[in-house]
Design a protein around this ligand. Structure first.
Ligand code: 13P
Ligand code: SF4
Length: 421
C-alpha cells in the first residue's frame, strides 16, 4: 500500500483538506493554527509554540535528496543522536526512526539511550516534554517542527485546571474519609502539558496513558473518593464505564462555565469528573462506519482507540491503545479483516506490514492528525544537519521546577501495577 503522503498527492479528492498536499512549511508563517488535517477546526491557544521558516533548501529538496541527507547526518552523528518516531508519523519519517512506538514506549526509550547527546522526537510537543523530563541531565530533546502540538492537550491549560481545583476544593473540602481517601485525585492523560503533569505531582495525582488508564484509575480510587480526569473525556468515560462506574456519576466539567456547568448535587455524587476535551482525529469515527464495515465484510474485527466516543467503543469488538492495536494485528494467526479506528498513517502501515490480513481505516477519508503531520523529512534533515554543524535547534526544555513535580506524577504512573486477581 502507498504511504499516506503518496495517497494525498495522487488522490486529493479523498482527503479532508486538499492543502495537505502542500509542505507543512506553507503553514508555519501563516495564521497560527494546527494546519490541515483532522484537528484543523480546533482553536489553537495564544502562546502556542510557532515554527519559523524552514530554510528554502529543505523545502525545495525532493524526498530522495532528503532521505540521503538524513542518512548521512545520522551516520555522521552516530550514537550521539537517537531518533524516536510515534506510530502516527508519516512513513517517510518513520523509516529514519531508531525507535517506533506509542507515547509511553517512546518516553521509556528516551531513558534507554543515556549516551545520546540529542533525542530527536518525531511526535508532538507533549511527548517531547515528557522525554525531556525523563532524560538524563545534559541531553537535548529536539522537536523538528515546533508547531507540532496536540489540540487535545491544548484543551486543558493550567489556569483553567487550577480554577476548577479551587471550586472542587470549596465543595468537597480537603479532609480524608474514614478509610483515608482524600476527596479528589487529579489524573492527567499523557497528552497534556508538563504544567498539568506537575499539577498532578503537587496534588497527590498521577499520569496515565491509553494503555494503563484502568490501572491508574484503580490506583486513584485506592487513594481518593473521586477523580478529576483531564483532558480527554472519552478515555476517562470509556475506562471508568468499563470499571462499572455509572454514567450519571461522571459529570462533565466545562471550564468556561461556573462549576463546570454542573449543579452542586451532580458533583456531590460524582465518581469521575470528566474534562471537556477530545481528540479531533478519533472524534471522526462513528457507529455508522462500524455498521457499514460489518455489512460489507462479514466477520470483520473492529478495533478502535479509547479516545473514540463511547458509542463507537461500545459498537467495536475491542478498544485499546496504539500498541494494543499493533499487537492485536501482529498476533492474529489466521488471515483476518480488520477495521481500525485510529490515525490513518498507523493503519496504512499495519496494512503494508501484514499483507496476509485485510486492514483498513474505518474513516474512508484520508485525514491525518494535523499536528503529527507537521513533522516532514525536510524538518528532520534540517535539525539533524544543524546538530552535525554543532547547533541544537528546536530544543524542548521543561523548566526545572515544573519538571520536578511532573516527574513525581510520571514516577507514580511507572510504579502503578495492575491489581492481581
Ligand atoms: P499513544 O499514547 O497510544 O501513543 O497515543 C497518543 C495519541 O496521541 C493518541 O491519539
Ligand atoms: Fe493529539 Fe489526537 Fe493528534 Fe493524538 S491524534 S496527537 S490526541 S490531536
Amino acid at each position: 500500500m502507498a504511504s499516506v503522503d503518496t495517497l494525498i498527492t495522487t488522490a486529493p479528492g479523498d482527503t479532508c483538506a486538499p492543502d495537505l498536499a502542500d509542505g507543512p512549511w506553507t503553514f508555519d508563517l501563516g495564521t497560527p493554527g494546527y494546519g490541515p488535517g483532522a484537528s484543523m477546526g480546533d482553536i489553537i491557544p495564544t502562546g502556542s509554540p510557532r515554527q519559523g521558516a524552514l530554510p528554502a533548501e529543505y523545502q525545495r529538496a525532493n524526498n530522495d535528496e532528503l532521505h540521503d541527507r538524513i542518512r548521512a547526518a545520522k551516520a555522521a552523528l552516530g550514537r550521539r543522536v537517537v531518533v524516536l518516531g510515534h506510530f502516527y508519523q508519516r512513513d517517510e519519517v518513520v523509516q529514519h526512526a531508531d525507535f517506533l512506538g506509542d507515547s509511553f514506549q517512546l518516553a521509556n526509550a528516551a531513558q534507554t539511550v543515556p549516551d545520546a547527546e540529542a533525542i530527536v522526537f518525531c511526535g508532538v510537543h507533549f511527548m517531547a516534554e515528557t522525554a525531556d523530563i525523563l532524560a538524563r541531565p545534559g541531553q537535548n530533546v529536539i522537536l523538528p517542527n515546533l508547531a507540532a502540538g496536540c489540540s487535545m492537550a491544548d484543551m486543558a491549560d493550567i489556569d483553567s485546571v487550577e480554577e476548577c481545583w479551587e471550586q472542587l476544593t470549596a465543595i468537597y473540602g480537603t479532609d480524608a474519609d474514614e478509610s483515608g481517601r482524600v476527596p479528589v485525585i487529579p489524573v492527567t492523560y499523557m497528552n497534556s502539558s508538563a504544567a498539568l503533569k506537575a499539577f498532578c505531582g503537587r496534588n497527590g495525582g498521577i499520569v496515565c496513558t491509553s494503555s494503563n488508564a484502568a490501572t491508574v484509575l484503580e490506583w486513584a480510587f485506592e487513594r481518593g473518593q473521586r477523580v478529576l480526569f483531564f483532558p480527554d473525556q472519552h478515555l476517562g468515560r470509556n475506562t471508568a464505564k468499563a470499571m462499572g462506574i455509572p454514567l450519571d456519576q461522571m459529570p462533565m466539567w466545562n471550564p468556561r462555565k461556573p462549576l463546570g456547568g454542573n449543579e452542586p448535587d451532580a458533583l456531590a455524587d460524582a465518581r469521575v469528573i470528566l474534562w471537556h476535551g477530545f481528540c479531533s482525529v478519533h472524534k471522526r469515527f462513528t457507529v455508522d462506519q462500524i455498521e457499514k464495515a460489518r455489512a460489507e465484510y462479514p466477520g470483520v474485527r473492529v478495533i478502535v482507540h479509547p479516545e473514540c466516543p463511547m458509542p463507537v467503543v461500545d459498537a467495536a469488538d475491542e478498544a485499546g491503545s496504539t500498541d494494543y492495536i499493533r499487537r492485536a494485528v501482529a498476533g492474529a494467526t489466521e488471515p483476518t479483516t480488520f477495521a481500525i479506528g485510529t490515525e490513518v498513517n498507523m493503519v496504512n502501515r499495519l496494512a503494508a506490514e501484514y499483507p496476509q490480513h485485510e486492514i483498513f481505516c474505518l474513516d474512508p477519508v484520508i485525514c491525518p492528525c494535523s499536528t503529527m503531520y507537521r513533522i516532514h523529512p525536510g524538518y528532520l534533515a534540517w535539525v539533524l544537519e544543524e546538530l552535525v554543524a554543532g547547533r541544537v535547534t528546536n530544543r524542548i526544555s521543561v523548566d526545572a521546577a515544573v519538571a520536578g513535580d511532573a516527574r513525581v506524577a510520571l514516577d507514580r504512573m511507572l510504579a502503578a501495577k495492575p491489581r492481581v486477581a
